[in-house]
Design a protein around this ligand. Structure first.
Ligand SMILES: Cc1cc2nc3c(=O)[nH]c(=O)nc-3n(C[C@H](O)[C@H](O)[C@H](O)COP(=O)(O)O)c2cc1C
Length: 179
């Protein structure tokens, strides 16, 4: 699949087939994610993968009802976290600029996009969820205080064909300075 096709055909999917996702595909997605650039190559994104029925049920319980519905039957749920106070920080532990840990979240976003595009290439669909119960996820996966819980991503084979929601025109989002 060409990159442009993956970029334009990737969609947030909220209906999944009851079909397993092969382990090697999950690993390939996380490996693609890890190829993304990061602040001083700090690579602070971490992945907690729920695949078995018990882990999936527990993870879904950390989602509000509407997101639980969205991912019903999804065979994989991944919790993304970042290790705090590394990306965006100097060796002496001070933030390099005003964004501080914002750079860790930025890096996590870059990894996420690689993961979503790799999933698309592999014929899989995803949904990024920012609305989730941080405390429940922390407890369930034993996520330490040194990490910040970011998102939950569902992965599976799609049972729907959503259209691309409207995008803002270039004129609204970009300014060109050509002088
Ligand atoms: C950071 C982030 C958080 C999101 N959280 C949710 C969520 O909690 N529930 C949901 O249904 N969709 C969520 N979405 C999906 C967006 O609604 C979706 O990406 C957007 O409508 C554009 O659609 P598309 O992904 O098909 O292009 C989230 C997306 C992002 C990037």
């Amino acid at each position: 699949m060409e990159l442009q096709e993956a970029i334009t055909t990737r969609r947030s999917v909220r209906h999944y087939l009851a079909q397993e996702v092969e382990k090697d595909k999950i690993e390939a997605m996380i490996q693609a994610a890890a190829c993304a650039p990061s602040w001083k190559n700090s690579q602070v994104t971490r992945y907690y993968v729920a695949q078995g029925p018990k882990a999936l049920t527990k993870t879904a319980e950390a989602l509000p009802e509407f997101n639980r519905q969205n991912v019903q039957g999804a065979p994989v749920l991944i919790v993304l976290t970042i290790v705090l106070n590394r990306s965006g920080f100097d060796r002496d532990g001070r933030p390099s600029n005003e964004l501080g840990n914002g750079w860790g979240y930025y890096d996590c976003g870059l990894q996420t996009m690689n993961l979503l595009l790799k999933a698309t290439e592999l014929g899989l669909s995803t949904l990024v969820m920012g609305i989730r119960d941080e405390k429940k996820l922390r407890e369930l996966f034993g996520i330490p205080d040194t990490e910040s819980v970011v998102s939950v991503i569902s992965i599976g084979y799609s049972d729907s064909e959503p259209q691309m929601p409207k995008r803002k025109p270039l004129s609204e989002i970009a300014q060109f300075f050509e002088e």
